[in-house]
Design a protein around this ligand. Structure first.
Ligand code: NDP
Length: 457
């Protein structure tokens, strides 16, 4: 402990026990720092309690519907199977309780003090919680983000992903607004379980920002599964009726739904935390502005994870927490490399991507594009009309693979492996020299020989 730190109650106070805050606190505790974590809701944060984990459990739970249908082509008789939504939610809740206990235990085992309550900064070294003032040499803000729902008449009738994970009953007619990660993932869950799902998007495209072949393939595939996409459409109002909610569109028509869910993005949780008052600068999106060391404009205040709105993914927050703890509590200066962070959308079928989209790559490079579309082997017998898409974006000058994109079963699992290759700077020649595993879908990534013909070159 430094003499400076001895002046304070703690070496580190972390506000927020989500992925980033927990990792930073556990590591700092392990390295001998006196650490307290303040959490006003549940230990585990968005990912474990309201995001990735419960969402993926529901994705897996709902996906059995397809497995049962597909099994028929392989000789199975699946007559009589049915799904119990309440049982799935109860099983999910039990798992979340187990995980919360594990998070709390891991923190305690690292010597971290757990404080339940809302922490608010009152000066650059002081946090007020439950009427007490606690001081620390460093304060880490790791409070994450929260769903944003725009203002409109009837806003009080709609839900966000937070509530969608805990619905007591599966709604039969579901309207989901937005075309991003969350909208597409929840559309898949409800649709697979038998709900009628309509996605309302304000542009012509879902998953904007992804490679165009990814967003087009996902749109095509989810529409085949029965999800309706209303493009260039906005909601004017939502009214509650005895038989559901009446959703009025800007074109003047309407539809009736049992549930209207908004998945229109998330915003950093920086309000009423005392940040601005102690001089912490926020950016134009309300996120804590930090430097490469996760330090804010106030020397003793740091931030990691979604509250900084860099790449809003759990493993990024965890790694930000790790480099913060290594740098300041283990004399091991580290920064995070944000290049080639892989990500997935757990749509049905899912997406896995790493590196640049074709559009991003073309801004800086001349590229060769390799594209494969095929019917996965499983569906030769299942009869399902689902196609897999794989794409490589290659730098013409250096032969380096700049981006790998996949839509299809196991895409997130496959892309995780390829992310290592991209991090290592793999070339297309090295992909070609890699012998495939047969019969798999993944082998296609090492057997794509002919680039898509370039029109303009
Ligand atoms: P996204 O930013 O991914 O998508 C927001 C969607 O809402 C877009 O389709 C956007 O349309 C639309 N939208 C925004 N504002 C409005 C509005 N006022 N009216 C109508 N539509 C609107 O947000 P999500 O909420 O889906 O997810 C938040 C973040 O959470 C993601 O960015 C991601 O970082 C993270 N996440 C990651 C997951 C994963 O890794 N699998 C899963 C879930 C979340 P437009 O395209 O026109 O802008």
């Amino acid at each position: 402990m430094t003499s400076q730190a001895a002046k304070f109650d703690y070496d580190l106070i972390t506000i927020g026990a989500g992925s980033g805050g927990v990792r930073a606190s556990r590591l700092a505790g392990k390295y001998g720092a006196r650490v307290a974590v303040i959490e006003e809701s549940r230990y585990g944060g968005t990912c474990v309690m309201r995001g990735c984990v419960p969402k993926k459990l529901l994705v897996m739970g709902s996906h059995f519907a397809q497995h049962f249908e597909d099994a028929i082509g392989y000789g199975w008789n699946v007559a009589g199977v049915s799904h119990d939504w309440g049982a799935m939610i109860a099983a999910k809740d039990k798992e979340l309780n187990r995980l919360e206990g594990i998070y709390q235990r891991l923190l305690r085992d690292s010597g971290v003090t757990l404080i339940d309550g809302r922490g608010v900064l009152s000066d650059p070294h002081t946090v007020e919680v439950n009427g007490k003032r606690l001081t620390a040499e460093k304060i880490l803000v790791a409070v994450g983000g929260w769903p944003v729902i725009p203002e409109f008449p009837g806003r009080e009738h709609v839900i966000s992903s937070n509530e969608a994970l805990d619905l007591p009953k599966r709604p039969q007619r579901v309207v989901i607004v937005g075309g991003g990660y969350i909208a597409v993932e929840f559309a898949g869950i409800f649709n697979a379980l038998g709900s009628e799902v309509t996605l309302i998007i304000r542009s012509g495209q879902i998953l904007r920002g992804f490679d165009h072949d990814v967003s087009a393939t996902v749109a095509e595939e989810i529409e085949k599964t029965g999800i309706k996409i209303r493009r260039d459409c906005r909601i004017r109002s939502v009214e509650k009726h005895s038989d559901g909610y009446s959703v009025m569109f800007d074109l003047g028509d309407e539809c009736i739904a049992d549930c209207v869910m908004y998945a229109t993005g998330r915003a950093p949780n920086t309000a009423k935390l005392g940040l601005k008052e102690v001089g912490v600068k926020l950016n134009d999106k309300g996120a804590v502005a930090v430097d490469e060391w996760n330090r804010s404009s106030v020397e003793s205040v740091f931030a990691v994870g979604d509250v900084t709105d860099r790449i809003n993914l759990t493993p990024v927050a965890i790694n930000e927490g790790r480099v913060f703890a290594e740098t300041f509590f283990n004399k091991n200066k580290m920064t995070l490399d944000y290049a080639n962070v892989a990500s997935a959308v757990f749509s049905q079928p899912p997406v896995g991507v790493v590196g640049l989209s074709e559009e991003e790559a073309r801004k800086k490079h001349k590229v060769r594009i390799f594209l494969a579309r095929f019917k996965p082997m499983k569906h030769t017998l299942s009869g399902r009309d689902e196609r897999t898409m794989m794409k490589l974006v290659v730098d013409k000058a250096t032969d380096r693979v700049l981006g790998c994109h996949m839509v299809g079963e196991d895409a997130p699992e496959i892309i995780q492996g390829l992310a290592v290759a991209l991090k290592a700077g793999a070339t297309k020649a090295q992909f070609d020299a890699t012998v495939g595993i047969h019969p798999t879908a993944a082998e296609e990534f090492v057997t794509m020989r002919d680039p898509v013909p370039e029109k303009e070159e």
